[in-house]
Design a protein around this ligand. Sequence first.
Ligand code: LLP
Length: 387
Amino acid sequence: MSISIQQISTPIYHYDTALLRRTLDTLLAASGKYPNYQVHYAIKANANPALLDIIQQAGLGIDCVSGGELRCALDAGFSASSIVFAGVGKSDWEIRLALENEILCLNVESLAELCVIQEIAVQMNRVARVCLRINPDVQAHTHTHIVTGRAEDKFGIDWQDVMPVIEQAQEMPNIDLKGLHFHIGSQITDMQDFVDLCHRINLIQEYLSTTDFCPEIINVGGGLGIDYYQPSTNPIPDFEAYFAVFAEHLQLREGQSLHFELGRAIVAQCGSLITRVLYVKPAADKQFVIVDAGMTELIRPALYGAYHHIDNLTSQQQEKCMYDVVGPICESSDVFAADRLLPLTQRGDILAIRSAGAYGESMASCYNCRRLPQAILDQHPLLKILN
Ligand code: LLP
């Protein structure tokens, strides 16, 4: 017996697993054209076990940035040899965990970190495979909070300072220097940013050709953006065009493999945050739609002023009205949408806040002593309109 959509307990994340599978198929068809390309899923985007299962079965590796994410990836069945581990502040226990499990490589963000890894590797009688994360000083055109590759950002080793670090790494007996890692930011839709990254990597490789170090791994990170404005008509990013940028502009040397760490582009569009309208409240010059989800379930609008498309799944009204859609959290930034044209909305309506599959559930919090919401997969026929 099918339940009415009104019986769905909200707020709740809904994941369209068919779309996730289609996205993975498209991704792998595009990357598969290049035998030396390997994709690691950036697990920070969403670590829901049901999604991880599908991603693991598709054969992707993992990019993680904490011991917790590393454990989560191992628990989900990803092989250690497919896992890379970045992060500007790795604790000793996290480095130990990585070495114990013999992951593919640690992406090392400073000389100080490299020295600690060498020390811990000696204690454990292991050899640590590492890539050096380089700050390429390339500007990505995205929200300033998610730009990571400018000189002033905290990530990586300044590209102009990398030579002495390489020399020291080569002298450390328990360090096996595998390659170079980059990540310039997230939600990047201007392919020119990736072209600029390629040019910078080419320049660095040119310098390196005068040394005896030839990286086996070049890792260009993640960052491919999605279409938040048209999630239904444009649900799958143009992976072909993305990989073609690297094929065209990056000059790889003999034997080098190219690694990617995509998060958002894989999972964002398969997820919606389903929420119920509690009240419609008129104010001086606007109307508030107050819903039962808040910045606790999807912080992106509050944190980055991010746009998320909103569908009213239950309203039959033709008439449209301008609303501010807000949550119940005691913060004025708890706003999902300002001045948004939606069908006439009333108490009890069910809304879908779209493109919430990436950095929704994984950034949820219990602020205001709220409970973390559950997730459902492809359950209710009415939710099919999201597919
Ligand atoms: N690799 C590294 C080293 C990263 O730091 C990140 C994201 C990725 C890969 C994956 O990036 P993606 O392909 O998902 O763009 N909370 C923000 C996004 C923060 C991204 C942090 N690092 C948001 O909701 O927009």
